[in-house]
Design a protein around this ligand. Structure first.
Ligand code: SAH
Length: 409
C-alpha cells in the first residue's frame, strides 16, 4: 500500500504536509522541528499526536512526525529519509537503541543517568531518566497523550525498573489532567512520596522525583561535578546556586577542607544537608566542614564575606524566552564579575549557563567581559558542554555551557 492511500487507525485519511523550502532543507539535514509558519500546505485539520507525513515539492515522501496543533513547533519529526512505517517493532527498536547505547557508559557506582534525551535520541519532547530502579518519564508536549499506554509498554520492554513516575511540564499539565493523568503520578510500581536514592560515582543522592525540578536532579552536570571533585583537594569551596549539593559532595569527597552551599531555597539547602548525611560513612567526605548560606546569590556574591579556592556558579536558566536573552547575557556578565571576586589568587572558577536562548559564544563573551572589568589576570582552562548521556543533535538542544577559569592574581 502506498503512503498516499494509507489510512489512520481511526479510518481517516493520513495527514499530509508540504513545507516551505527552507524548512524542507532543515528537515532533510536532520532538524527535528517544523514551525507552524513553515507549513505551506496541509491536507486537513490535524489532531494532537497523530502522525503527519511530509512530501516534498515533487510529491515524494520525505519525512514523518508527530503533529502538535498546540505548539508553535507544529510538527515534531520522527524520521526523515526513505519511506518506512512506524509500526510496533520500529518504536520498540528506537527505545531499545537509546537505552542500550548508555549501558556500557555507566559502572556500578553510577545508576542515575539519562536514558532518552528528547529529539536528539529520536523522541521529541520526551525525557527518560533513571534513578536506580526508578524511571522518570518527563513529557513536554501533548503529542504523547494518545500514546501513554504504548510508551509504557516500550519502556518496560527496554528497561528493567520497579517504578515509573510521570512528570509533566507546566504547559501540558492541564491537557493531561483532563485525560486523567497528573504530574508526579506513578505509572508503574508503588508510589513514592519520599523521593528515591541513587548513586553517582559511589556517592549517594536523594532525588525528589515526584516534585523536584527537572526530573529531581541535574544529571546534565555530572561530568563537571566529577571534575570539581578532582580539582578540590585541600580547597575551600563555594557552591553558588547549590541546589541539593551535587557539586559540594563531589568536592568534599575529593578532599575539600570546607564546602559552602549558597542557595535561596531552604528546601534545596536541606536536601544538600540530607545528601551529606546519606554519605556520612565516607570518612573523607565527613571530614570536610559543610555550611549553608540561605541568600540571594546575586546579592551575596557581590556583598558576602570571604574568598575561596574553588567557586562554582551554576544559576538556573536566566532566559526562558527569547525576549529575556539580552537581560540574561547581562546577568551572566555581572555574575562572572561577582563570582570571580570570591576566588582567591591561583583559585578556580567554574561558571555555567543552562539558558537555551543564550548561545555558547554569547555566554563565553559575557564571562570574558565580566572578568575583564575586574582587571584581574586569568587563564581559561576549558569550555565544556553536556555529559555523554545528554547527546545534542541540533543547536536548540545545546543549552548547557560552562567554562573553567584559573585566576593568576
Ligand atoms: N548546580 C546544581 C543545580 C543548580 S539549579 C546541581 O548541580 O545540582 C539552580 C538552583 O538555584 C536552585 O536550587 C534554586 O533554588 C537556586 N536559585 C535560583 N535563584 C536563586 C537566587 N537568586 N539566589 C540563590 N539561589 C537561587
Amino acid at each position: 500500500m502506498s503512503q498516499l492511500s494509507q489510512t489512520t487507525k481511526t479510518g481517516g485519511a493520513r495527514l499530509r504536509l508540504r513545507l516551505a523550502p527552507s524548512a524542507e532543507m532543515a528537515v532533510r539535514s536532520g532538524h527535528p522541528w517544523v514551525y507552524a509558519e513553515r507549513i505551506r500546505e496541509i491536507s486537513r485539520e490535524g489532531i494532537s499526536g497523530e502522525i503527519a507525513i511530509v512530501y516534498d515539492r515533487k510529491d515524494r515522501f520525505m519525512a514523518f512526525g508527530l503533529f502538535d496543533p498546540d505548539s508553535p513547533i507544529r510538527l515534531r519529526i520522527l524520521h526523515s529519509g526513505p519511506p518506512i512505517v512506524a509500526d510496533e517493532a520500529w518504536w520498540q527498536a528506537r527505545m531499545t537503541s537509546a537505552v542500550e547505547k548508555r549501558r556500557p557508559w555507566f559502572q556500578q557506582g553510577t545508576d542515575g543517568y539519562r536514558l532518552v534525551n528528547g529529539e536528539s535520541d529520536g523522541w521529541p519532547a520526551l525525557i527518560l531518566d533513571r534513578y536506580g530502579s526508578t524511571l522518570v518519564l518527563k513529557l513536554y508536549s501533548a503529542v504523547w497523550l494518545p500514546r501513554m499506554a504504548d510508551l509504557q509498554r516500550w519502556i518496560v520492554s527496554a528497561v528493567t525498573a520497579e517504578r515509573i513516575v510521570l512528570r509533566l511540564s507546566r504547559n501540558v499539565q492541564d491537557v493531561f489532567e483532563r485525560a486523567g493523568h497528573r504530574d508526579g503520578q506513578n505509572l508503574v510500581g508503588t508510589e513514592t512520596s519520599e523521593g528515591v536514592i541513587f548513586k553517582e560515582d559511589g556517592l549517594r543522592f536523594w532525588s525528589d522525583v515526584v516534585k523536584g525540578q527537572k526530573t529531581g536532579f541535574f544529571l546534565d552536570q555530572r561530568e563537571n561535578r566529577r571534575r570539581i571533585g578532582k580539582l578540590s583537594v585541600g580547597a575551600e569551596v563555594l557552591n553558588a546556586f547549590s541546589f541539593s549539593g551535587g557539586f559540594s559532595l563531589h568536592a568534599a569527597r575529593g578532599g575539600a577542607v570546607a564546602v559552602t552551599d549558597l542557595d535561596c531555597s531552604p528546601h534545596a539547602l536541606e536536601a544538600a544537608r540530607r545528601n551529606f548525611q546519606l554519605n556520612r560513612d565516607d570518612s573523607t567526605l565527613a571530614s570536610a566542614r559543610h555550611q549553608s548560606v540561605q541568600a540571594d546569590a546575586f546579592d551575596w556574591l557581590e556583598n558576602g564575606p570571604g574568598q575561596f579556592d574553588v567557586v562554582i556558579c551554576d544559576p538556573p536558566s536566566l532566559a526562558r524566552r527569547e525576549h529575556e536573552r539580552a537581560g540574561a547575557i547581562d546577568a551572566y556578565r555581572r555574575l562572572a564579575t561577582s563570582s570571580v571576586g570570591k576566588v582567591r589568587s591561583g583559585g578556580l572558577l567554574l561558571t555555567a549557563s543552562c539558558s537555551a536562548h543564550v548561545l555558547a559564544e554569547e555566554f563565553h563573551a559575557a564571562v570574558a567581559e565580566g572578568l575583564r572589568r575586574t582587571g584581574r589576570r586569568y587563564e581559561e582552562l576549558e569550555q565544556v558542554g553536556h555529559a555523554l548521556d545528554h547527546p545534542t543533535t541540533f543547536d536548540e538542544a545545546r543549552y548547557l555551557k560552562a567554562v573553567y577559569l584559573r585566576m593568576l592574581d
